[in-house]
Every structure is written in C-alpha cells, then in structure tokens.
Write a protein that binds this ligand. Structure first.
Ligand SMILES: [Zn+2]
Length: 287
C-alpha cells in the first residue's frame, strides 16, 4: 500500500513538472540559456524585456528574439532602425551590449523612432558548449546574404580569395540558413532606414552607405573596412541601398565600461536625430 501511494505521488509530481515545463515559453527557456551562458545578461533581465511572440527559429529550433518599438503614428518622418546583435555566436559582448541598449530603450522609448531589435541572431552559435562564429550548420551567417547578380558570389570569394577559412564559410547558396533568411525577410518587411549590426573585437565603427556616417560612437572611431560578398553590409548597402552601421566592440569577451556603453548609445541616437532632420535621410525615408 505504501509503495503504491509512493508511486502515485511520484506520478503526480512528474505531471506537475511536465506542466511547468509546458507553461514556460520558448522565449523564457532561451532567456534561461542566455542567462546561464553570459555573465552580463541574467535570465531575469532577458525575460523582463518581454520579447514579441517568436516568428523565426534557428537551425536547432531556438527562437530568434525580436522586440519592436513602434514610432508615434502622428510623426511624418520616423526613421526605422533594424538592430542586430550576435550574428556571430562567439562575440559575447555584441549580445550583452545589445541587451543593455535594449534595456535603455525599454525605459526611454520616446516614439520618435521605430526600432526593431534582434539581439541574438545566432543563438545556436552562442549556446554551443564552445561558442562559435558560425551557426549550427557551420555557416558564417554574415556571409550568407545575397550578392549582386553581376558580382562575385560569396562562395567564389571564399574559395578564391578568403583562403577557405572554415570560420568564414558562406554556405553553397545565399539564404540557405533560417537565421539569415529571417533577417532578409525582416529587411523586406520593415524597409529599415538604417541597419545596425553589433560585432567584436575590432574596436572600430564601420559604415556602408551613401549617408555621412558619425565620426565616432563613444570610444569607437570610424574606420571603413569595406564589405565582403555575402555580408549584411554588402547586401544592405549595395543591393538594397540601406546604410549599414557595423559597431565593432573592442573585446568579444569583456564588456565595455558602463560609461562607454551609454556614450555609444547617446552618440548613436544623436546621429539618428541629426540625420532625421537632414535632406539625405528624408530622401531615404521617402523611398
Ligand atoms: Zn562578427
């Protein structure tokens, strides 16, 4: 009798546990994993951001976190900013700093701009035991975008000019990966005025676009590196005429100082504000 009762309570306990697991959303589960992996982002901090219901998933079935902050409808011109962190899974700071900025925006969103955040574009790469630049199928997502029809393809460039380094493998075909396809679809849907992508560890600000870039963001000075076939910068600027700002933080595994994190954000918002009033960005908004 005692044994039977024991079994019943064990079964009940298990049912209870299954229910709890079911109640925890995909996003909450991912937040827990991010919190366990990154020392600068806690699971609670991630959950508190209340991400939008997921629409896109990684190769391993993890949601691609998205958060949209709409501009006030009354505004005639509101720049739309697509903000991407962690397209390279081993650049921890690019995810952590994007989360910090997202938290700032969450508190202070004014409605002057339309923001769309994807703070972790390569969750599989980040969450591997040993985090990797590439995704779960060993593809560099930042080389997996479309290239111009009359130009060198990403795979040709990788074979002939990039020494076939595995870390930069672009895949046999553009958009072969769900993560790059998701960003491609987001660009088509949002028609962003500017795309901002966060990386590490070059410690500079890079820019591809016909608009005059900021000369610096906090401690990062502008240095134009040029683009590679299949990269987001190449696709955004050369195929879609959308300026792409690439923020290269100084260290992949060490956070910038708090004051630099806020200085970079202030400089970024100031630049967007100035551009909003200038003819060049109004022309872009009018497209
Ligand atoms: Zn990178």
């Amino acid at each position: 009798m005692k044994l039977a009762l024991g079994n019943i309570s064990l079964t009940l306990l298990m049912l209870f546990a299954v229910n709890i697991a079911a109640a925890e959303s995909d996003v909450d589960q991912l937040c827990n994993k991010i919190g366990a992996k990154l020392s600068s982002v806690s699971a609670k901090e991630c959950r508190q951001l209340k991400f939008d219901p997921p629409r896109y998933y990684s190769v391993n079935g993890l949601p691609l976190l998205e958060k949209h902050y709409a501009a006030d409808k009354s505004r005639k011109y509101a720049p739309k900013i697509l903000f991407i962190g962690g397209i390279h899974g081993d650049e921890y700071s690019s995810v952590s700093v994007t989360f910090k900025w997202l938290k700032t925006l969450d508190k202070h969103h004014s409605g002057a701009y339309d923001w769309h955040f994807v703070p972790l574009a390569n969750p599989d790469g980040l969450l591997k035991k040993k985090s990797s630049r590439v995704n779960a199928r060993a593809i560099d997502l930042n080389r997996n975008f479309k290239t111009a029809a009359d130009g060198v393809t990403a795979i040709e460039y990788w074979r002939d000019q990039a020494k076939r380094r595995p870390r930069y493998f672009p895949g046999e075909q553009p958009l072969s990966e769900p993560e790059s396809s998701a960003i491609h679809q987001l660009i088509a849907e949002l028609q962003p005025t500017v795309i901002i992508s966060v990386h590490a560890p070059h410690g500079i600000l890079d820019f591809d676009g016909a608009v005059r870039p900021p000369q610096s963001l906090g401690p990062l000075s502008l240095r134009l590196l040029g683009t590679y076939p299949g990269s987001l910068g190449n696709y955004g600027y050369h195929l879609k005429s959308i300026p792409v700002m690439t923020i290269e933080l100084e260290h992949a595994g060490i956070m910038p100082k708090k004051k630099d994190i806020s200085a970079m954000w202030m400089d970024l918002v100031r630049w967007i504000k100035i551009k909003t009033k200038s003819k060049e960005i109004v022309a872009l908004l009018d497209r």
